[in-house]
Ligand binder design. Sequence first.
Ligand code: SF4
Length: 470
Amino acid sequence: MKQDKTLPPEEIERQYDYMRRVREWNREGLKACVLTFGCQQNEADSEKLAGMAEKMGYTLTETPADADLIVVNTCAVREHAELKALSVTGQFKHLKEKKKSLLIALCGCMVSQEHRKDGIRKSYPYVDLVFGTSRLYAFPELLFDCLLTRRRSFCLDAGDEGNIPEGLPSARKSKSRAWLSIMYGCNNFCTYCVVPYVRGRERSRRREAILSEAKELLETGCREITLLGQNVNSYGKDLYDGYDFADLLREIASLEGDFLVRFMTSHPKDASEKLIDTIAENAKIAKAFHLPLQSGSNAILAAMNRRYTRERYLSLVEYMRKKMPDIALSTDIIVGFPGESEDDFEKTLSLVREVKFDNIYSFLYSKRKGTPAASSPDQIDEKVKGERFQRLLAVQDEIARQKSASLAGRIETILVEGRSKTDDTRLTGRTESNRLVHFIGEDGLIDRKVRVRIDRGEPHALYGTLLDKP
Ligand code: SF4
């Protein structure tokens, strides 16, 4: 084994001791509210923060006004996400004025950025506790210190990379679906991205720890596990000689039980034929692949430091479709990266037309302070970005409309997630290919697998009829 970055177990025991001390210190009946901005890794982190809060005696609430402890887990991937987290935090000032004992904590990627530290300290004096992603495991200790001294606490040493905490409690939001982090950080330094600066370099969890968590999840009723990492295809490179992500995926898929395993996010430069073969050969690995493209122009891909070409991307797609003709493909695309010409953008459109993705997550390029792309003199005019964005949406909408319509009449097995957010007469679930399906059904079906006949498809959702009796 190469360098194992797991925290010593004594450190985690120390945190459990602080959880006990906070519980004893606090009066009974206190509530905690954990708010999450950003990606699935943040969702997974928030479940840990909520799990620790529960162990410290807090009952979880979704209403900040009811809470005695509010934790805002922030995101830094786009400016919009940062401004939203700051604006939400700003609204808590009046809650603190009404309830002096309220504690407010800010954590996550945004606060780990060097340029944010002083601003938060000065402009948000009612925030008690600020800690970066590498200190998430120390939340109980930091909170106890805050309670004891009533002093504000800032713990932002994002350089700490020996920090894979094993064995923290987690308050999972869903009984049937779970996030499972397999690694942290990123080594890639794409020129638009802050992740390597705020989450540090790649650190893989030990395979035994991942497998044991997966088994525990399955034993407690989980039916779908999503493996998480900024670049899951790099899993194990820092830890093992030869054992890689495809090997891990195969081992998880060989565990007993009726479940599906998904993963995100992949990097095209590291996606291998071995990985694609592993997905094709295992019924328990969802036939869905999210492969961020970002741009269809080789010049822009080079400027982004993505280290693959349009041709390499297309050859991966071709191999996937040869092995799994029905595989669902989704991607991320950044519109208006500095220097993107009309010709570059047309290359992105032509690739989108060629691949015919099932789903695209498209974003307007957003300057991130401290990244090379932010200081490029070739920034694209906002109006041009907006117009290109609309053109991309129009192309993809037509592709998605045709694909969805072609699914009418199919019978799909879906895992029911809950009530539809837009129509509470319907339940919502996802197909193996990660498509949303809405149908009429009873609450008792939530967290269960059911068969649904697809009646009609719209670009972003399918509508069906339940075939199984409740
Ligand atoms: S691969 Fe690139 S975009 Fe993804 S997290 Fe790493 S640096 Fe950011």
